[in-house]
Design a protein around this ligand. Structure first.
Ligand code: SF4
Ligand code: SF4
Length: 350
């Protein structure tokens, strides 16, 4: 496996107009001590990334549309030839936003939908009206022919919604649907008891496998469910079928479960480079080090790429090269990011 950055999420602000229960960044409307960086600094970061690699860059938050210069950042990335995407909660999208999205060359927008009804989604997002906001954004994206994908997060409270959300997303004209099981970090730590246990997690991923085999239009992929790569191999072998998965050109670009620090990373609002959006430890900071130096030399990144150093069930597992277990979940539960994935039901043969 070649360890090059293929997909970088970038927290361009930590401010947010929602307070979702599971939020990675514990965002608030005003964030003390974590101010937005300047446009000049943003351009410098993009230049530095572009000089080293050619990843997809996802402008994220917080809510990135709260930054008045978000489209200047996007346009600069586009002018360099980077593929720029935008991750928004949808509530601030207007027709003018859509024109700016197109003009700045943003290639894909991602939205979150965690329930098939306003009741479920608004409860999950802690915000009455959040569902209506997403639906309004989707209507505008369709009107303006902007490609969008939908992320759906699941805990015990909305797990029964998965098939319903899938059918809704199909009907809304999305390019892709990504099912995501919450990783406890940020405000998400408080909902540890809401996480779906390993056996049920396995059932949901098996449901996804059956659905994905039949799905011809929508691109589907469970994100940060590394065990799915094991399940695909197990099921296709047992069923004697060759299962060719389709991929989105704006995805992480890897054919392995966990890609943290291997093909992906997060840059937070303070310039810290973290292995992924849900990993709470920094590998370095762009205010004192170059992106290349952090990517190539950080001990944390090197540890994550050394699969022989993984422990417990993952360390003994024959699927380590295709799965790897979620390193952020291992860290959240045990304090050791190389420990076994706590939400995997598989018993390795060794
Ligand atoms: S550690 Fe890996 S599987 Fe877990 S959230 Fe990060 S990228 Fe996803
Ligand atoms: S034990 Fe670890 S590497 Fe093996 S399938 Fe489970 S999570 Fe993946």
């Amino acid at each position: 496996m070649e360890f090059t950055p293929k997909w970088i999420a970038w927290e361009i602000t930590r401010r947010c107009n929602l307070r979702c229960v599971h939020c990675r960044s514990s965002s608030q409307l005003e964030i003390d001590g974590h101010p937005d960086f300047s446009l000049t600094e943003a351009k410098r970061v993009l230049n530095e990334i572009h000089a080293y690699a050619n990843p997809v860059v996802v402008l994220s938050g917080g809510e990135p549309l709260l930054r008045p210069d978000v489209f200047e950042i996007a346009a600069h990335g586009t002018s360099l030839g980077l593929r720029i995407c935008l991750a928004t909660n949808g509530s601030l999208v207007t027709a003018e936003t859509c024109r700016d999205i197109k003009q700045s060359g943003i290639r894909m927008v991602s939205l979150s939908l965690d329930g098939s009804t306003a009741e479920v989604h608004d409860d999950f997002r802690n915000q009455p009206g959040a569902f209506a906001g997403v639906m309004n954004a989707i209507r505008l994206f369709n009107e303006h022919q902007i490609d969008f994908l939908i992320n759906s997060s699941f805990t015990k409270r909305n797990k029964a919604e998965a098939p319903k959300i899938y059918h809704l997303v199909k009907s809304l004209g999305a390019t892709a649907w990504y099912l995501f099981m919450i990783v406890p970090t940020g405000r998400g730590e408080e909902i540890m008891e809401e996480l779906i246990p390993a056996e049920e997690y396995e059932k949901i991923l098996n449901w996804h496998y059956d659905m994905e085999k039949e799905e011809q239009d929508l691109l589907v992929r469970p994100t940060c469910a590394p065990q799915y790569y094991r399940i695909v191999l197990q099921r296709s072998k047992a069923e004697g079928e060759q299962f060719k998965r389709r991929t989105l050109s704006f995805s992480t670009g890897g054919s392995k479960g966990c890609l943290a620090g291997q093909l992906i990373c997060l840059i937070d609002v303070d310039g810290n480079v973290l292995p992924c959006s849900y990993f709470p430890l920094a590998a370095g900071n762009l205010r004192t080090q170059s992106f290349q130096d952090i990517w190539e030399n950080s001990q944390l990144m090197l540890d994550l790429r050394n699969f022989a150093g993984y422990k417990d069930n993952c360390g003994r597992c024959e699927y380590i090269q295709v799965c790897g277990g979620c390193r952020a979940r291992a860290y959240a539960v045990t304090g050791d990011y190389l420990a076994g994935e706590p939400f995997c039901a598989y018993q390795p043969r060794r």
